[in-house]
Structures are given as structure tokens and as C-alpha cells.
Design a protein around this ligand. Structure first.
Ligand SMILES: *[C@@H]1O[C@H](CO)[C@@H](O)[C@H](O)[C@H]1NC(C)=O
Ligand SMILES: *[C@@H]1O[C@H](CO)[C@@H](O)[C@H](O)[C@H]1NC(C)=O
Ligand SMILES: *[C@@H]1O[C@H](CO)[C@@H](O)[C@H](O)[C@H]1NC(C)=O
Ligand SMILES: *[C@@H]1O[C@H](CO)[C@@H](O)[C@H](O)[C@H]1NC(C)=O
Ligand SMILES: *[C@@H]1O[C@H](CO)[C@@H](O)[C@H](O)[C@H]1NC(C)=O
Ligand SMILES: *[C@@H]1O[C@H](CO)[C@@H](O)[C@H](O)[C@H]1NC(C)=O
Ligand SMILES: *[C@@H]1O[C@H](CO)[C@@H](O)[C@H](O)[C@H]1NC(C)=O
Ligand SMILES: *[C@@H]1O[C@H](CO)[C@@H](O)[C@H](O)[C@H]1NC(C)=O
Ligand SMILES: *[C@@H]1O[C@H](CO)[C@@H](O)[C@H](O)[C@H]1NC(C)=O
Ligand SMILES: *[C@@H]1O[C@H](CO)[C@@H](O)[C@H](O)[C@H]1NC(C)=O
Length: 575
């Protein structure tokens, strides 16, 4: 009886061992040191083997997450995720002992110092993310050893410098997010050899064009976003065969040449953004393929007509000479033509001020200023003109990857501090790309512009420590109106993070605008006028722009730059 019982026990024990191999002791030790290094024990108190079956920290949604491969006689840690848990400092050496890691996610934290070369030892990695951190310096060439990588997320990670030739080995990449880093030099030619690439995001870097012609073979690309390229002119010629594209955003790139007719053949294309470039010629009459949802070609010297038959598509042609017979408000569009400045506009009854409650309904402030109703829901690329044609607002861009769908107006019920007029700040317009307010039919002269901001997307209470949210802030500027129109342009050019606290939290946010004339425009000579019109572009970084383009980011870590804000008025230009 005793013997029988004992052998059963042994059998049972053996079975457990067979079903539940132990984890490599080196890795157990390492993971515990990592947890302590980053003070994560209150979130993940590992008192048992990290690879036990059905562990609460193993599912994909767990955070921190540790998952293992136990198919061998010993378990190995293959997945480690520590996402947005405020870990800071350098990556501890112990992490590099987890040599079986396939998926390492350290996104949205406060990791500092150089990106460690030892990451290049983790050659089994298929997915690596250290997006939204505070690293310094260049990427180590050793990262080029990670030849199994299919996904690399390094956007907003703080890194700078050139994209090294060593990275040309990363030929398995399917997804590369590298926006918002201070990369220098040219866009590397070798990216064109990553022929499996489906997603490439390179917005808001310091990289220079042209977009290499080698990109012409990346026919699997579904999502391509390149923005803010410096220097050389770029053309759209490389796109000819990239017919798998579903999202194409090449705004702000100094693109020249014509828009190719071949876009019609891009049968998956949903979003086509080519705004703020230097594209010319006619808008191809059959540019629109069957899936297109949104087209933005604003601010290009384009001509031609808007395709008449497709009223279901949002189309933004502001700042072009495209004939938009669909525009509801002909008077306003006539006034907007003064922006192009090809002739001198004269207005019969010019106005000298306007005020807008962005994203909200009409409000009269304590000092008697009427802020107009601006609660019209704008789509992915649309223009709305105020009832009295005093101002217009245009918004373009989509909040891609936002699980909650597009939101172009933000609101809060919280009180706003630092103002006597909380209501004004409880609503705001937001835009994933470009948000422009136009003053129309203004008397020429010098104007004061007050831009009202308050961070209402983020709370102070969250772990990313916004600090200063729900606080009113007024920024004042002066600008000269020389041809009846004022253009206040808030834009996101890829600088600043994309995803804090949620995916698609970025772009300009503004609560209200108040513009009033200070003095009449002095009688300047024509050449003088031209000069003034040209120098009126103001581009300011985050330190001054604050909530404009980087609402979230500035408060979190002031180090990063925002996009730009520009206020300009256009001067008459000779034909
Ligand atoms: C972790 O668990 C052990 C054993 O259950 C316990 O003694 C210890 O206090 C826990 N530590 C933390 C930080 O919760
Ligand atoms: C783990 O979960 C599976 C499926 O729910 C179950 O069959 C198995 O018995 C569980 N194992 C342990 C050790 O709890
Ligand atoms: C980020 O880490 C640095 C250096 O470790 C530290 O000085 C800074 O205060 C941290 N920032 C936040 C917001 O935790
Ligand atoms: C890991 O990488 C570092 C730096 O690249 C290197 O010096 C070291 O030898 C590597 N260690 C192992 C175990 O491969
Ligand atoms: C990793 O990369 C570095 C620098 O590019 C190189 O010197 C080294 O030989 C590589 N290591 C392995 C194991 O391939
Ligand atoms: C597109 O494909 C055709 C046919 O293979 C080729 O002749 C052409 O050069 C390609 N265009 C680009 C820009 O690569
Ligand atoms: C569209 O594709 C068809 C068939 O491949 C081709 O004949 C045609 O020239 C293409 N049109 C454009 C504008 O590229
Ligand atoms: C404010 O504007 C919205 C959208 O244009 C409109 O639906 C609403 O009726 C307006 N409200 C008032 C009070 O005029
Ligand atoms: C506007 O024009 C005046 C001259 O009339 C000039 O002194 C002033 O600097 C200009 N303001 C801006 C913001 O360019
Ligand atoms: C503006 O200046 C020009 C010459 O510089 C002069 O002929 C004209 O009368 C002036 N206009 C006004 C309104 O002062």
C-alpha cells in the first residue's frame, strides 16, 4: 500500500515536470532584477516561476506582460512588455540576458541615455518598440544585426543623427514607425530594398529628400507617410506601381511636378493627402478611385476642376486655383481667393475684428467680446464658413489608428483655471494634420491675434503627469493684413508624439481666437508690401507654441519640439 502510494506520487510528480518545464534560471534571475530595477513589483510580484501556465501576466493584454515558450525542455521568456508604466533611466544589463526574446515592448516611458548597443544581441526579436521615450544620441549600428525584425517602432524615441547603412540588413521589416526623431541626412536609398514593407512612417524628422526612386519597388506598401522633408524637390513619380496603398500622406514635402493620373488605378486607396506642396498642373479629372474617402490637395498651385460626380468624398482644395463648384459658399470662396494674392482684393464693407469659440457655440465673454458659434462638425477635409462670412475654418487629416473613430472637437466638463471665462475653454477644435482659420474681408492693417489654449485632452492625474492641464493660456501675436485675408495655420507635421495617452492623440488643439485691428495699414510702396507679406510667416517651436501642435507632449516632457504654427497674411503679388 505504502509502496503503491509512493510510486503514484512519483508518477504524478514526473507528469507535472513533463507538462511544466522550469524556466532557465538565468532568465528567472534576470527578470526579477528587471522588475526590481524598474520598481514594478507592486504591479507584478513574481513569487513563482515567470513561465507558469495560465499566468495572469501572460495574456497579450497584460501589462507588464511576460510570456514564454515552453516547447523545449526548459522555458524561455519570449515576450516582455512594459508599456506606459513610467519606467525611467537606462535599460538594465539583465535585460540583454533574455536572449530568446521575440517581442520587446518598452513604448511610452521615460528611458534615457543612449540606446544600448546590446539590444543588437537580441537577434530573435521579431518586434521591437521603444517609441515615445527620452533616449539620446544616435541609434547603435548593432541594431542592424536584428535581421529577424518585422516590426520596429522607434518614433518619438529621442534619437538623432544619421540612419546608418548597417540598418540596410533589416530586410524582413513589415512595419517601421520612425517619425518624430531628429534623424539627419538623406532618406536612405536602402529602404527601397525592404520589399516586404507594408507600413512606413517618417514624418517630422530632419531628413532631406528626395524620396529615393528605389521606393518605386515597394509594391506591398499599404500605409506610407512621409512629411516635412527638407531641401530637395521631390516628385510623385516613384508612386507609379505602389498600387496597394490605402493611406498615402505626403503633405509638407516640397513636392513638385504634376499629380499623376495613375491614382485612379490604386484600387485600395482611401486617404490621399498631398497638401502643402508645390504640385502644379490640373487635378486629374479621374483621380478618384473606388475606395477613396478623403482627398486633400490644399495649398498647391493646382488648377482644373473638382470631380463633380463624387459628393460622398471629402475634398480639400483650399489654397489652390482648382475650380470648386461644389463649394457651398461662393462668396466666401471668392474671398479666400485673395489668399493666392494673384490680384489685389477690394472689399466694400471690410471688417476689423472677429472672434471664434473653436469647437463650441456662441459665447460672450465678460469683457463683451462675442465669440462666434464654431461647432460645425468638420470631416477629414472640409471647410466651414461663418454665417456672416467673417471667417472660415478648414480642417484636414484623419486620426488614423484611433479606435474611437474621428473626433475633431474636444470637450470637457472640468472647470478651467487661470481664466474668468472657463466656458470658452471647455470646447476646442483639434485636427490630426492641418487646422486653418481665415479672417475674411478684413480691412488692411495691423492686427492683434489672441489664441486661447487649454489642455483638455489629458488629465494631470494620469501616470504621464501632464501638469498644467485644464489651465487657460493666451498667446498674442501681431500680423499685417495686406490683401483682406488673414490665415492662421495650426499644423502637425509629425513632431511630437502620436499616441499619448491614446493612439491618435496629436495635432493642433485650440479653444478660441480673437482678432482685432490695431491700426490701419500704412501706405507702403508696392515693393514694401510684397516684402512684408513674405516675411509674415512665423514658425515657432513648442516652447512658445505650447498647446498648439503638441498639446499633450509639451506638458509631459518639454524637451521635444512641436510642429509649427504659422500666421501669415498674403500680400498682393503681380501676375
Ligand atoms: C510579494 O509577495 C511576497 C510573498 O507573497 C510578499 O511577501 C511581498 O510583500 C510582496 N511584495 C510586494 C511589493 O507586494
Ligand atoms: C490552463 O488553462 C487551460 C485552458 O483553460 C486548462 O486546460 C489548463 O488546465 C490550465 N492549466 C493550469 C495549470 O491551470
Ligand atoms: C525622466 O528621467 C530623467 C532621468 O532619469 C529624470 O530626470 C526626469 O525627471 C524623468 N521625467 C519624468 C517625467 O519622470
Ligand atoms: C552583446 O553586445 C555587446 C555590444 O554590442 C557585445 O560587446 C557583447 O559581447 C555581446 N554579448 C553577447 C553575450 O553576445
Ligand atoms: C553586430 O553589429 C556590429 C556593428 O554593426 C558588428 O560589428 C558585429 O559584428 C555584429 N555582431 C554579430 C554577432 O553579427
Ligand atoms: C513600374 O513598373 C513598370 C513595369 O514593371 C516599370 O517599367 C516601371 O519602371 C515601374 N515604375 C517605377 C517608378 O518604378
Ligand atoms: C491603369 O491600369 C491599366 C491596366 O493595368 C492601364 O492600362 C492604364 O494605363 C493605367 N492607367 C493609368 C492612368 O496609369
Ligand atoms: C451653431 O452651429 C451649429 C453647426 O453649424 C448649428 O447646427 C447650430 O444650430 C448653431 N447654433 C446656434 C445657436 O446658432
Ligand atoms: C506690420 O507692418 C508694420 C509697418 O506698417 C511693421 O512695422 C510691423 O513690423 C509689421 N508687423 C509684423 C508682425 O510683421
Ligand atoms: C500712397 O502713396 C503714394 C505714393 O507713395 C501716393 O501717391 C498716394 O496718394 C498715397 N495714398 C494715400 C492714401 O496716402
Amino acid at each position: 500500500m505504502g509502496f503503491f502510494g509512493f510510486s503514484l506520487f512519483v508518477l504524478w510528480l514526473l507528469e507535472i515536470v513533463a507538462a511544466q518545464p522550469k524556466t532557465e534560471p538565468l532568465e528567472v534571475d534576470a527578470i526579477n532584477k528587471i522588475i526590481d530595477h524598474w520598481n514594478l513589483r507592486s504591479k507584478l510580484n513574481l513569487t513563482v516561476d515567470p513561465c507558469i501556465q495560465n499566468a495572469t501576466w501572460a495574456p497579450e493584454t497584460a501589462n507588464p506582460r511576460i510570456a514564454c515558450d515552453c516547447s523545449d525542455t526548459v522555458c524561455h521568456i519570449t515576450h516582455l512588455k512594459i508599456y506606459a508604466l513610467d519606467i525611467s533611466g537606462e535599460i538594465p544589463q539583465e535585460l540583454f540576458l533574455l536572449t530568446e526574446l521575440m517581442d520587446l515592448g518598452l513604448g511610452i516611458n521615460n528611458l534615457t541615455g543612449p540606446v544600448p548597443a546590446e539590444l543588437g544581441n537580441l537577434t530573435k526579436l521579431i518586434s521591437l518598440s521603444f517609441s515615445s521615450n527620452n533616449f539620446q544620441g544616435t541609434l547603435p549600428p548593432e541594431l542592424g544585426n536584428l535581421t529577424s525584425l518585422q516590426q520596429l517602432y522607434i518614433d518619438s524615441s529621442g534619437v538623432s543623427g544619421p540612419i546608418l547603412q548597417e540598418f540596410s540588413n533589416l530586410k524582413s521589416l513589415l512595419t517601421l514607425w520612425a517619425s518624430d526623431n531628429r534623424f539627419t541626412g538623406k532618406i536612405p536609398e536602402f529602404l527601397g530594398s525592404f520589399t516586404d514593407l507594408k507600413v512606413l512612417r517618417l514624418e517630422g524628422t530632419n531628413l532631406e529628400g528626395p524620396i529615393p526612386s528605389s521606393f518605386g519597388v515597394l509594391t506591398k506598401l499599404e500605409d506610407l507617410r512621409i512629411g516635412d522633408l527638407g531641401a530637395t524637390d521631390n516628385s510623385l513619380d516613384f508612386l507609379e506601381n505602389l498600387t496597394s496603398l490605402s493611406i498615402l500622406d505626403l503633405s509638407f514635402n516640397k513636392l513638385t511636378g504634376q499629380i499623376p493620373a495613375s491614382f485612379k488605378n490604386f484600387s485600395s486607396l482611401q486617404y490621399l493627402y498631398l497638401g502643402s506642396n508645390n504640385l502644379n498642373g490640373d487635378l486629374p479629372s479621374d483621380i478618384i478611385g473606388s475606395k477613396l474617402i478623403s482627398l486633400d490637395v490644399s495649398f498647391n498651385p493646382l488648377t482644373g476642376n473638382v470631380p463633380l460626380d463624387r459628393k460622398d468624398i471629402s475634398i480639400n482644395v483650399v489654397g489652390t486655383s482648382i475650380n470648386d463648384v461644389n463649394l457651398k459658399n461662393e462668396k466666401a470662396s471668392g474671398m479666400l481667393h485673395c489668399l493666392q494674392g494673384s490680384n489685389i482684393c477690394r472689399i466694400k464693407d471690410p471688417s476689423s475684428s472677429f472672434a471664434v469659440n473653436s469647437g463650441g457655440t456662441e459665447q460672450v465673454s465678460a469683457d463683451g467680446i462675442k465669440f462666434d458659434n464654431d461647432s460645425e462638425m468638420l470631416g477629414a477635409s472640409s471647410l466651414y464658413t461663418s454665417t456672416e462670412n467673417q471667417w472660415a475654418v478648414s480642417s484636414s487629416g484623419i486620426f488614423i489608428s484611433n479606435p474611437n473613430g474621428p473626433r475633431y472637437i474636444a470637450q470637457t466638463d472640468s472647470q478651467i483655471t487661470n481664466t474668468l471665462y472657463s466656458e470658452l475653454y471647455k470646447t476646442a477644435r483639434i485636427s490630426p494634420s492641418s487646422l486653418r482659420y481665415y479672417g475674411l474681408g478684413l480691412e488692411n492693417g495691423v492686427y492683434q491675434i489672441e489664441l486661447h489654449f487649454a489642455e483638455i485632452q489629458m488629465d494631470d492625474s494620469n501616470s504621464w503627469k501632464a501638469g498644467g492641464s485644464k489651465t487657460a493660456l493666451i498667446k498674442k501675436f501681431e500680423a499685417n493684413v495686406t490683401n483682406t485675408v488673414m490665415d492662421i495655420h495650426l499644423l502637425w507635421a509629425g513632431k511630437g508624439t502620436c499616441c499619448i495617452p491614446l493612439q491618435s492623440t496629436y495635432g493642433p488643439l485650440i479653444s478660441a481666437i480673437h482678432v482685432s485691428q490695431v491700426s490701419e495699414y500704412k501706405n507702403l510702396s508696392k515693393s514694401n508690401r510684397k516684402r512684408i507679406g513674405r516675411i509674415l510667416g512665423i514658425a515657432i517651436g513648442c516652447a512658445a507654441g505650447l498647446l498648439i501642435t503638441c498639446s499633450v507632449l509639451y506638458l509631459w516632457w518639454a524637451k521635444k519640439e512641436a510642429g509649427h504654427m504659422r500666421i501669415h497674411t498674403d500680400s498682393p503679388r503681380k501676375n
